[in-house]
Every structure is written in C-alpha cells, then in structure tokens.
Design a protein around this ligand. Structure first.
Ligand SMILES: Nc1ncnc2c1ncn2[C@@H]1O[C@H](COP(=O)(O)OP(=O)(O)OP(=O)(O)O)[C@@H](O)[C@H]1O
Ligand SMILES: [Mg+2]
Length: 238
C-alpha cells in the first residue's frame, strides 16, 4: 500500500502541492486527473524522490520513503515512467530497456528473462531492439519507457500521461498493457488528462486542482465525464 499524507512540495520558493493525500492499495489502479499545471507531475516527482516534500509523509508497505533518494527508489519497488516518453535517444532500444534494471545488474539471468518478457509484451520493441531509441515513433517510445520501468520489477508503477500525443489505436494498446500489468499484481498510479482512459482502467479517481485534491471517488456506475467536469472547472468541492 502506498500512502500519501498531506504532502506539500514545490520548486524553490514556489509551492505547488498544498497538502495532497490519497492512497493506492496493493494491486489497485488509481488515477489522478487534472488540468495543465494542477500538480500531477509534481505529485509523481515527489513520490519518486525527484522533488523533496516540505511537509507530509509518504509510506510504501508501511516504510517511510519520503527521504529515500531518487536513485534508490527503484530498489524500494517504486518506479516512475516520466511524462514526455523520455528515453536515451543515443542508445539502442535494448540498452534503454536494460538501463531500467541497472541496480539489478548482477542478476544477469533474471534480467535476460525480464527482457524477454518486455519483448513479449511489446513485440514492436523486439523488432527494433538494435535501433536507436531516438528514431522510434511516439508510441514506441512510450512502450520503451514502460518496458524500461518493468526491468526494475516494480511493485508500484507511476505512469505520467502515458496516452498523451498518441493515436487512438496506440492509446488502446497502451491501455491494454496497463490492464495486463495490473493483472500481474503491480499497483499502478496513473496520471492522465485522458479521462475516458482513466474511467476505463481505474478503481479510484482523484482530481487535482491547484495543488489540492478537489474530488475523490470510487469508479463505478454514475461516474462519468460529465460528473467529473465540475471538479475540473472549479465549481465542485470535495
Ligand atoms: N521544474 C520546475 N520549476 C519550477 N516550477 C515548476 C517546475 N515544474 C513545474 N513547475 C510548476 O508547477 C506547477 C505544476 O506543474 P506540474 O508539472 O506538476 O503540472 P501537471 O499537472 O503535471 O501539468 P501538465 O498536465 O501540463 O503536465 C506549474 O505551475 C508549473 O509551472
Ligand atoms: Mg505533467
């Protein structure tokens, strides 16, 4: 279980998150929605240790992780797939995937198995294993970024807008992969602006507005785009 309690965080003197709280149960898929600049990426960066919270607590399986340096976070089981499909452009697809398992580099046989699993999940990456990552399409780069994260064997995967700037068919493929990962027992925190995708995949939804959780709900009948709209637009309150 990931628990986020009242985190405040930002950049220098600029505070972006003003007391954000939510949790992700083991094996659950929780979505965080919100408009541009609402603090979604800052939330994920804070969880991943890239931005230090100035207040609040973050625990994973009961252990505090808010002081763990970003470079050790993967060993704690929490892995971020950053926004923007960032990959190492000058390295091959396979080298990029293997970078995700760098902290496990002594487990050579298991890494080879995990690499094959990534290729089974994303056959297109297998076809392009020797290609430079910088030459991949947007969809392929998103698959690569997810594949690289899987080499760390995460128990908690943070996905920052995996559907952005992708064709609907590719969004569908990515959604299927996310559903499959969740089926394998990986807990997922999905940040999205694609509300339809979040409604299709998530157990729970939280809407961020100006660095605060404006609304939280369990996904189910009656929860739809229209019912969430007011919280986006600022009319609703928690
Ligand atoms: N590195 C940074 N330095 C200073 N301010 C930043 C930095 N990154 C983000 N911000 C500011 O923090 C606020 C929240 O940004 P954040 O990236 O968390 O939003 P977001 O919800 O992820 O938006 P988007 O949907 O556009 O990705 C914005 O006002 C942004 O300008
Ligand atoms: Mg963002």
């Amino acid at each position: 279980m990931l628990e986020v309690r009242n985190i405040e965080s930002g950049y220098g003197r600029t505070k972006v998150l003003h007391g954000v709280s939510f949790s992700v149960s083991d094996g659950a898929l929780v979505a965080v929605l919100g408009g541009n600049g609402s603090g979604k990426s800052t939330t994920l960066k804070t969880l991943a240790g890239l931005v230090r919270p100035s207040a609040g607590e973050i625990t994973l399986a009961g252990q505090r992780i808010d002081q763990v340096p970003a470079c050790r976070m993967a060993s704690s089981g929490l892995v971020l797939v950053p926004q923007g499909k960032e990959v190492f452009a000058a390295m091959s697809v396979e080298e990029n995937i293997l970078m995700g398992g760098y902290h496990r580099r002594r487990e050579k046989a298991r890494l080879r198995d995990d690499l094959q699993q990534v290729y089974a999940l994303f056959p297109r990456l297998a076809l392009r294993r020797k290609a430079l990552a910088g030459l991949l399409s947007g969809g392929e780069r998103q698959m690569l970024a997810i594949g690289r994260a899987l080499l760390a064997r995460p128990r908690m995967l943070l996905l920052d807008e995996p559907s952005s700037a992708l064709a609907p068919k590719v969004v569908g493929e990515i959604a299927e992969v996310i559903r499959g990962l969740r089926g394998r027992g990986i807990s997922i925190l999905l940040v999205e602006q694609n509300v339809a995708m979040a409604l299709e995949l998530a157990d729970e939804l939280h809407i961020l507005r100006e660095g605060r959780v404006a609304h939280s709900c369990v996904n189910g009948p009656g929860v739809d785009l229209a019912s969430l709209q007011e919280f986006y637009l600022g009319k609703g309150t928690r």
